[in-house]
Design a protein around this ligand. Sequence first.
Ligand code: C2E
Ligand code: CA
Ligand code: CA
Ligand code: CA
Length: 269
Amino acid sequence: RRTYRFFEAGMDQRAKARRSLELELRQAIGDGSLETHYQPVVNLEDGKISSCEALLRWRHRERGMISPADFIPIAEDSGLINELGQWVLNAACAEAANWPDHVRVAVNVSPVQFRSQSLALNVAAALAASGLPASRLELEITEAVLIRDDAALEALHQLRRLGVRIALDDFGTGYSSLSYLQRFPFDKIKIDRSFIRDIAGPGASSSIVQAVVNIAAASDMMTTAEGVETEQQRNLLYILGCNEMQGYLFSPAIPAVEVRRLLLTHSGR
Ligand code: C2E
Ligand code: CA
Ligand code: CA
Ligand code: CA
């Protein structure tokens, strides 16, 4: 019985902590403690930056930097992700409107945002407010979106009709991934970091990456390798025919001012 009571108290504390973090996050959206940083994505052929991915950063007054991996799930559970997602979309489109014309911006979209029905309208609003051409916006979605239903599929087609590009994020981490590639024609597949990490090892990772690259090429999709940290990984990916890479080898996500400076000076290899 004692254990049981401790357990309940623990649950209660956790729920309280979550609730207070949720309230603080709601405030953070308006008070400047949330920022989008940008991680460059580099073309493996010419070494040029083709796009930058917007990644949320929360600088908490007392707790320091809180990882999006910790607060995005809370935002999703509470429905706050819709507001947060719109905030990121607006910020990223406004920022990218200052970049050279050939550089796209990629924005992560939560499966919860897909269920809200108004995603296409919200995306159109962010484009209109910023003046960014639709072709320079790329939305990153995960397989979880497609598991659900045909409404999600219809939302994807709506977005495509707007002219934005759609990338399948974290590819290879979900279930029966290959069937999703048939259900929707993505512009890009982002190969999950777990495969890139082991790509030079004895396991099957490099064969899996090769298979994904082949399938993508056969269906006119681009491939981006996530989490590239070493020269060896980069060279292997190039040999395997992967199109782009993203990772600490080139750059982590950096603040908007720094990315602007980088885009002005960087000209490939
Ligand atoms: P993700 O979309 O898969 O983003 C890639 C994550 O890998 C980022 O973590 C990035 O900083 C990290 N990363 C990049 N290169 C490397 C590398 O070479 N090595 C290693 N070890 N890691 C690398 P981050 O910024 O902590 O974001 C974590 C996740 O949070 C993202 O995963 C995404 O799912 C989510 N997230 C971030 N921002 C947003 C957002 O605005 N909206 C939504 N819905 N989710 C977001
Ligand atoms: Ca992503
Ligand atoms: Ca990813
Ligand atoms: Ca991920």
